[in-house]
Design a protein around this ligand. Sequence first.
Ligand SMILES: CC(C)(COP(=O)(O)OP(=O)(O)OC[C@H]1O[C@@H](n2cnc3c(N)ncnc32)[C@H](O)[C@@H]1OP(=O)(O)O)[C@@H](O)C(=O)NCCC(=O)NCCS
Length: 218
Amino acid sequence: MATTQSTLNMMNFTAAVPATPTPSFDWRNGLPTLSSSMVTLRELRASDAKDLLASLGTAEVTRLISPPPPTVEGFEKFIAWTARQRAAGNSIAYGVTLKGSDTVVGLLQVRSLSGGFDIAEWGFALGSDFWGTGIFMDAAQLVLDFAFDVLGVHRMEAKAAVKNGRGNGALQKLGAVQEAVLRRSFLRNGVYLDQGYWTILCSTWRELRAVRTARIVH
Ligand SMILES: CC(C)(COP(=O)(O)OP(=O)(O)OC[C@H]1O[C@@H](n2cnc3c(N)ncnc32)[C@H](O)[C@@H]1OP(=O)(O)O)[C@@H](O)C(=O)NCCC(=O)NCCS
């Protein structure tokens, strides 16, 4: 995906992150599964292609993002690519499954924008049946924890078409800050759209997490 394009780049997606990764742990060999009360995030498998197409291939989901592969075969290739990208240390992709089900209903991707992962960009999409349910926020928190704590991200960037109310709203709810509007930076259906340029710093994420955790404890 060109850096000026919108988030979901159909980059890539697997295993529970050890709270403290052991010294031998290397996510390039396979992503840890991440779990919360609502969702399980895991690496993608070729057999997820059909479900991904069904969830993410709809007009509603793709209206304001880079379009995903239009076929099951296209998604199979995309899934294979995500594994290669992870092994090369370039990007990661997590499939979102609901607790008690193995069907993938969403995708979150993080890719390195620097030599290491200190500066990274993320993108995401969820099947529209699950919008507004809290599933995205749950999944996003798991991926952001993984990115900041394990990948070593210092600054996480995201772009969302200004017209994308839910995308911008979700980023804002997570604590992202809109640093700029990238004017006419995303070509969708023959029209150049403005994009919000959102960032979350590791320090901010950790402060927000401490507040969240304190609320849960008390
Ligand atoms: C982006 C996405 C993953 C977010 O998941 P979601 O379940 O819709 O997100 P949430 O409902 O938790 O948060 C969206 C917020 O935006 C708010 N919002 C702001 N403007 C909105 C608008 N114009 N229309 C709808 N919601 C809007 C919602 O009210 C909600 O906030 P609330 O919980 O305080 O009410 C999902 O909408 C999606 O897959 N969209 C298509 C793909 C996409 O746009 N990806 C992101 C590219 S940046």
